[in-house]
Design a binder for this molecule. Structure first.
Ligand SMILES: Cc1ncc(COP(=O)(O)O)c(C=O)c1O
Length: 350
């Protein structure tokens, strides 16, 4: 049952979403690589499932909570691409491993040993990818000797197995200084780490890396086996300048609630649209300025403002926080509403 759309409403254009998913499959075809779509982007199982098949066997999650929601929705292969160190959460990872193929990343022996104890007690095996800090300087081992030491710990511990490497480089914008050099350096480090592990006798099945901004480089790289891109399926305006075959698929639809000469006000505010990368982009209007408060977008424009009560679509610049502000997303094909799905992992940050 699809309820009538009530603004402010999160809306996904399924034709564009599906075309983005197909476009990534086309990019991957013949490369031997897969995509493990990062579902932190939308936290919506119905959308995650549309990304599977063809070139994608499983999803990437940022939190244990996201992974639990995806598995409960019927997704059987999840990678938690984030460090998990507390025992209660590691117990949840083990529990989840009884229901699905679960992988996790680590950059320290302590959590691996704790995970190993819990997994061995439950008689399950959890795949562990060594997180390598290739560029982002967030998490990840800082050197090849550290990676080797961690590989030995994983290898010796029951209940865990070395599944491979992760080297997430972060968003590398077109404006980033020495962009090509930085990406090449990151992937070189990833390749050298893999080589050192293989030379030491370890089997490195998976090398997982890459986001939407580095998709072309990740696909061209010989070491990387799977890309973890997420935003590609719905896109953000900033990434449109890149040479990528994706379009923006999501808008927050608002209603014009006040109208004046030179500006209008829509019921779309920071409680319904993520602002970290700037104000949202109104579709089909030449706005000269947008100010956003809790429940309002005040749009200044040169021409006549749209009619009172009419609807205006806004493309969010930060899609991940936008989804996390909504309980549901409407799906449309053209002007027809075809779905109404819970953003089930909304708030699943634990
Ligand atoms: C570890 C990791 N991998 C992959 C991604 C996906 O990047 P994008 O959403 O830009 O495609 C992210 C995004 O934050 C991430 O944190």
């Amino acid at each position: 049952m699809i309820p009538p759309l009530s603004t402010p409403a999160l809306v996904v254009d399924l034709d564009v979403f599906d075309a983005n998913v197909a476009a990534l499959s086309d990019l991957l075809r013949g490369t031997g690589k897969t995509v493990r779509p990062h579902v932190k982007t939308h936290r919506t199982p119905e959308l995650a499932k549309r990304q599977l098949g063809d070139s994608a066997v499983g999803v990437t999650c940022a939190t244990v909570g996201e992974a639990e929601v995806m598995v409960a929705a019927g997704i059987h292969d999840v990678l938690i691409a984030n460090e998990v160190v507390d025992e209660a959460k590691l117990e949840r990872v083990v529990e989840l491993s009884g229901q699905a193929q679960v992988g996790i990343v680590a950059d320290d022996p302590g959590p691996v040993e704790a995970l190993s104890r819990a997994a061995a007690r439950a008689s399950v095996t959890v795949g562990v990818l060594i997180d390598v800090d290739v560029l982002l300087h967030r998490c990840g081992v800082a050197s090849i000797p550290e990676a080797l030491a961690l590989a030995r710990v994983i290898d010796a511990a029951p209940g865990v197995r070395l599944a491979g490497l992760m080297g997430y480089e972060g968003r590398v914008r077109l404006s980033t200084d020495r962009r090509d050099e930085r990406i090449a350096g990151a992937y070189q480090l990833l390749g050298e780490t893999r080589r050192a592990l293989v030379d030491a006798g370890f089997h490195v099945e998976v090398v997982s890396a890459g986001g939407t901004s580095t998709l072309r480089e990740a696909i061209a790289d010989p070491t990387i086996t799977e890309v973890q891109a997420g935003v590609y399926a719905v896109m953000e305006p900033e990434l449109l300048a890149m040479d990528l075959p994706f379009r923006c698929a999501v808008t927050v639809r608002g209603t014009v609630i006040s109208r004046h000469s030179g500006h209008f006000v829509a019921d779309v505010g920071r409680r319904t649209v993520g602002l970290e990368y700037g104000p949202p982009v109104p579709v089909g209007l030449e706005a000269t300025h947008i100010a956003v408060s809790d429940e309002h977008a005040i749009v200044t424009l040169a021409g006549a403002p749209p009619a009172l009560g009419s609807q205006v679509d806004f493309i969010p610049r930060q899609i991940r926080t936008t989804f996390n502000l909504h309980d549901h997303v409407w799906a449309r094909r053209g002007s027809e509403l075809v779905g109404y799905w819970p953003v089930s992992a909304r708030g699943a940050s634990q």
